[in-house]
Structure formats: structure tokens, C-alpha cells
Design a protein. Structure first.
Length: 92
């Protein structure tokens, strides 16, 4: 049996992780002097979204589940495209 704080704690941790991606993007953009999205943004997005999905499933919230599931698929796809572009650049 999990302690009473486990699920709310996971939800808050996941939300913090998910929100940290904006901090990473902002710092990277400030350094570059233009809007950029570093690869770490997508990793924070994926892990935060997937943890929020676990929390949504636990809460049995279908709206939250669909939203986080769709986001997770999009973030994984973006990472795949970034990695493929990097592999193509290295090969060509």
C-alpha cells in the first residue's frame, strides 16, 4: 500500500518536470539571442508528459489521459525527427 502522499507527490513532481522544459528553452534562447528549442526540452516534455499520464491513469481522468497520451506521442515523434536529422547530417 502506498502512502497517502504518493500520488499527489508524483503528480506535482511530474508537473514540475514538465514545466522545467520552459525554463530550459528560455535559458537556451536567451544565450542564443533568438528562439531555439534544445533537445533537452523534448526530453523534459516526454518524461513529464509520461509521468503525468501515469498520474492521469491513476486518477481515471479520461480527458487528462487523452491529453497526455497525445502529447507523449508528439514529443516522441519530435525527438525521433531530431535524432534522424542529426544522423543524416553526420552521414552527409
Amino acid at each position: 500500500m502506498r502512502p497517502d502522499w504518493f500520488w499527489p507527490g508524483l503528480g506535482f513532481f511530474a508537473q514540475g518536470l514538465f514545466a522545467a522544459r520552459f525554463l530550459v528553452q528560455w535559458l537556451k534562447s536567451e544565450r542564443a539571442g533568438m528562439s531555439v528549442i534544445p533537445i533537452s526540452f523534448w526530453y523534459f516534455s516526454i518524461f513529464g508528459s509520461m509521468l503525468l499520464l501515469v498520474y492521469a491513469i491513476h486518477k481515471q481522468d479520461p480527458v487528462f489521459i487523452v491529453g497526455q497520451l497525445a502529447g507523449s506521442v508528439i514529443y516522441v515523434r519530435n525527438l525521433f525527427l531530431l535524432r534522424r536529422r542529426g544522423a543524416e547530417a553526420a552521414a552527409g
